[in-house]
Ligand binder design. Structure first.
Ligand SMILES: C[S@@+](CC[C@H](N)C(=O)[O-])C[C@H]1O[C@@H](n2cnc3c(N)ncnc32)[C@H](O)[C@@H]1O
Length: 315
């Protein structure tokens, strides 16, 4: 049930210049503190703020990071509240922020959390166990068109309509094993024989809906840039194309000095690049890492550096 930090060497290498002088660093997806531990080891003068919405993650990380004494603080919150958390702690602007998106291995591997299509467990899938929306509500109460939207948009599943129809006709559905079997049966046999587990995409879609993952990311990215000091760095690891697309688009927008419509003779916008992209292409794990940790396979790391505000400096 351990969690192997993904692209750990690459992440710390990219963050190293921002860490050299110490300062505050934020791991906004603490998980089992795999990256956090490496950051604290690499930067002996740094202080770490670790955020997670899963209390189990915080408890386990507290033990892992105990040898670092008073060099860290852990906060239970949603990373979409990043700016408020840092303001409350009085530590903004910080030297850098890491977002390692998605779920951790202990969350996936614990059947009682309901994330796994391989083990029987309750239809839960909440990262924050006190949140109100569960997978059970999505699976057993959503209208067919809503289910289809979740499975199609968030799961990027081309058989979403068939799956949604089948889920409705099998209600009530009691657990993850039953759901996985229903999804599998709804997918054409020829397709089922190739590729990953046939329920993988549907489970991903429901998980993203339950945890509001894309909304949280959309709020966290601007907050992370806004909370980072010039020269500081923002690193984001994503695990599926929806997340990666959102990060890529956000980085490109934030790295532009002008957002005027094409064809205008002079720039009339007030935009100013806030970041410089350090990874022209996303960094992917090497074969050896994927062999050792298959969950790293789909990972993509994008890193940007915070720029100083030019206009304000000139004024
Ligand atoms: C992939 S794991 C991070 C693993 C970590 N980097 C490590 O090496 O142990 C993602 C973690 O982020 C947390 N998480 C995901 N979305 C979150 C959000 N919106 N707010 C706070 N924590 C979140 C999950 O609960 C999970 O523990």
């Amino acid at each position: 049930m351990a969690h192997e930090p993904v692209l750990a060497g690459e992440v710390t290498d990219f963050l190293a210049p921002a860490l050299e002088e110490g300062g505050v660093f934020v791991d906004a997806t603490l998980g089992r503190a795999g990256h956090a531990k490496r950051i604290l080891e690499r930067a002996p003068a740094a202080f770490l703020v670790g955020i997670d919405r899963d209390p189990d993650a915080l408890e386990a990380s507290r033990a892992t990071l105990a040898p670092f004494g008073d060099r860290f603080v852990l906060v239970r919150d949603d990373f979409s509240n990043l700016a408020a958390v840092l303001e409350r702690l009085g530590v903004a602007p910080v030297r850098g922020v890491l977002l390692d998106l998605g779920v951790s291995s202990p969350q996936l591997d614990e059947p009682a959390r309901g994330f796994s299509f391989r083990n029987a467990g309750p239809l839960d899938m909440r990262m924050d166990p006190s949140a109100s929306l569960t997978a059970n509500e999505v699976v057993n109460t959503y209208a067919q068109h809503e289910l289809e939207r979740v499975i199609s948009r968030y799961g990027e599943e081309r058989f979403a309509r068939r799956i949604a129809r089948s889920i409705i006709s099998h209600r009530p559905i009691d657990d993850t094993e039953e759901l996985a079997e229903i999804v599998k049966e709804a997918i054409p046999a020829a397709t089922r024989r190739t590729g990953p587990h046939p329920a993988r995409r549907t489970f991903q879609g429901i998980r993203i809906e339950v945890n509001g993952e894309l909304e949280a990311l959309a709020r966290a990215l601007p907050a992370a840039v806004g909370s980072t000091q010039p020269g500081g760095r923002l690193a984001v690891i994503s695990y599926h194309s929806l997340e990666d697309r959102a990060v890529k688009r956000f980085f490109l927008d934030e790295a532009r000095d002008c957002v005027c419509p094409p064809g205008l003779p002079v720039c009339s916008c007030d935009a100013e690049a806030r970041i410089r992209i350090l990874t022209r292409k996303p960094v992917k794990p090497k074969d050896a890492e994927v062999e050792h940790n298959p969950r790293a396979k789909s990972a993509k790391l994008r890193v940007a550096e915070r720029l100083a505000t030019k206009r304000k400096a000139a004024a």
